[in-house]
Ligand binder design. Structure first.
Ligand SMILES: [Zn+2]
Length: 313
């Protein structure tokens, strides 16, 4: 068991297994991702929140391939995407329109307010994809971008797409002063569905009351508590759920990791048409491409990518 308080996911059960939960707190992972990108503050905060939602949601699932959370819309931030491998490697990136962002900022009366994710992304959808990378089609669940914040949006997803009773709270901490350190955190609880034969000992009335209590406990978690570097996951969970028969079942680590390679980007470039590739090439016939996720630069010869225009005629 790791003793790290951040960049981990703590798994637990409450009420004799009637609810399962995860607590995720990210520091180095989001700081590394955002330092690579150097996005404006609003975009960085939105991506930090999307990243922790991705980490939380993926940790509730059993999969061996790749989990992807993607928000796409017509707002100033047109794309937020985070993917998490089964071994806990996370990468994230965003696409945004600087002019639209500035226009939105001018329209706001107050400075330095971090805008909520659904507001930044505008009309569109959120998709969760699990690709087992075994040749079978990926599983995908989709919800439209309605909700006053990302937590509300995710709760609608779980209610509509998965029909799982869920409690959730997300947190983001932007850098203070000279510090470049972003943090994001989240806690999720889900009712464990009854499995054949194994009845969980809670009648309907008790269950309703328990759910209300748990919801109040989740909401009582405060940013200064969840981002307190001296507190362990166990201490935080014990403070919240000491009356709910808390059983910690394990801890797993997350780290930043990009899966780009010279070959993968070459495949992407090869899907461009010849004219686009000709325009991208410099005078010496070289094309430089940058990975959207980690900023790694790759150089290709124009001639190795695709037949020249003249061969196609
Ligand atoms: Zn990369």
């Amino acid at each position: 068991m790791t003793t790290k308080n951040f960049d981990t996911c703590a798994s637990f059960y409450l009420e004799n297994g009637a609810f399962m939960g995860r607590l995720v707190r990210l520091n180095e992972v989001v700081s590394t991702i955002l330092k690579n990108h150097q996005y404006p503050l609003n975009v960085s905060a939105a991506l930090a929140e999307t990243t922790v939602l991705g980490a939380l949601t993926s940790s509730m699932l059993k999969y061996t391939g790749l989990f992807t959370l993607q928000l796409q819309g017509n707002g100033p931030v047109s794309l937020l995407v985070t993917d998490v491998t089964a071994s806990g490697k996370i990468r994230s990136c965003a696409k945004f329109d600087e002019q639209k962002l500035n226009e939105a900022k001018t329209l706001r009366k107050t400075e330095d307010i971090i805008e909520e994710v659904p507001h930044l992304v505008g009309g569109g959808y959120m998709a969760l994809t699990v690709d087992e990378q075994n040749g079978l089609p990926p599983y995908q669940g989709v919800v439209d971008l309605k909700g006053k914040n990302l937590s509300e949006l995710a709760l609608r997803y779980f209610a509509q797409s998965e029909q799982i009773d869920t409690l959730l709270k997300l947190f983001v901490k932007t850098p203070v002063g000279e510090s470049q350190s972003y943090m994001s955190a989240g806690i999720i609880l889900q009712k464990v569905p009854l499995k054949g034969g194994k009845e969980i000992d809670l009648n309907e009335q008790t269950l309703k009351q328990t759910r209300e209590d748990l919801s109040a406990f989740v909401q009582s978690l405060k940013p200064d508590e969840v981002f307190d570097v001296s507190l362990s996951n166990e201490e935080i969970l014990h403070r919240l759920f000491h009356q709910n028969n808390l059983q910690l079942t394990g801890e797993k680590s997350f780290e930043f990791g990009c899966r780009c390679s010279h070959e993968k980007l070459k495949n992407t470039l090869s899907s461009f048409d010849a004219k686009e590739l000709d325009e991208m090439a410099d005078d010496s016939g070289k094309i430089e491409a940058t990975c959207n996720f980690c900023g790694q630069k790759y150089t290709y010869l124009r001639t190795e990518l695709k037949k020249q225009e003249k061969h196609l005629q």
